[in-house]
Design a protein around this ligand. Structure first.
Ligand SMILES: [Zn+2]
Length: 197
C-alpha cells in the first residue's frame, strides 16, 4: 500500500516502466503531472495518443514519420549523395548532431542468428532500391557481435555496386552499443570514418 490514489499509482507505474526511470523518479514525475494545469496535462495525454495513432515508418528510409516520408527524406536542402546506415531511428539523432547532411537508412535491427534475426528481417531490400546515384554509404553501426556480423554482410552485399563504403573509425569500445558511447567520441568516429577497400 502506497497510500496514493489508484489513478496516481497507475501513472507512476507507467513512468517507472520507461528506460532509465527508477521508482523515485517515477513518483516525482507523477506528482509533477498532478500539479500541472489542465492544458499541460491534456496536451501531454494527446501527444502520447498521437504517437500511438500517427507515427509510421518512412516509406523510403524506415525512420519514424508522421507522413508517408519522414522530414529528412523530404528535406530539399539535403543534396548530399550519401546514405548513412543505422540500426534504429533513435541513432539518426546521434549522427544528425555531427552536421551530416546526407540521408539515412534504418535497418530496424541487426543480424543475430541466436535471436533468429536474419538479413531478410531487416530493411535491406529497400536499401538496395536506393543506391542509384549514391557516392558513399556509411555504416554507422556499433561494434557488438551482431553489429559486426551486419556490417560484414552489408559490405559483401554492397561491394559489387562500386560505391565508396565507409565505417566508423576505430576508437569505439569493442562490443559497444552506440547509445552508450559519449557524444564527442561518436562524433569523432563519424567524422574520421574509414573507407573500406
Ligand atoms: Zn525517411
Amino acid at each position: 500500500m502506497s497510500g496514493l490514489p489508484k489513478t496516481l499509482e497507475k501513472i507512476i507505474d507507467s513512468f517507472s516502466r520507461l528506460p532509465g526511470i527508477g521508482k523515485k523518479t517515477a513518483q516525482r514525475l507523477g506528482m509533477y503531472i498532478m500539479k500541472m494545469d489542465n492544458e499541460f496535462v491534456s496536451d501531454f495525454a494527446n501527444a502520447l495518443l498521437e504517437i500511438e495513432n500517427n507515427i509510421y515508418s518512412c516509406s523510403i528510409c524506415n525512420n519514424f514519420s508522421d507522413s508517408e516520408t519522414c522530414s529528412i527524406c523530404s528535406d530539399p536542402t539535403r543534396s548530399s549523395r550519401m546514405i548513412c546506415i543505422v540500426e534504429n531511428p533513435s541513432d539518426i539523432i546521434l549522427f544528425e548532431n555531427t552536421g551530416f547532411n546526407g540521408f539515412f537508412h534504418v535497418l530496424g535491427g541487426l543480424i543475430s542468428p541466436l535471436d533468429g534475426v536474419s538479413p531478410e528481417d531487416l530493411s535491406i531490400k529497400t536499401l538496395l532500391d536506393r543506391i542509384n546515384n549514391i557516392d558513399e554509404i556509411i555504416l554507422a553501426i556499433g561494434t557488438s557481435i551482431e553489429g559486426e556480423a551486419t556490417s560484414l554482410y552489408l559490405i559483401n552485399l554492397l561491394k559489387p555496386f562500386n560505391i565508396k563504403i565507409s565505417r566508423l573509425s576505430q576508437g569505439l569500445p569493442v562490443g559497444g552499443y552506440l547509445e552508450y558511447i559519449d557524444k564527442a567520441t561518436l562524433e569523432k568516429s563519424f567524422l574520421e570514418r574509414v573507407e573500406i577497400n
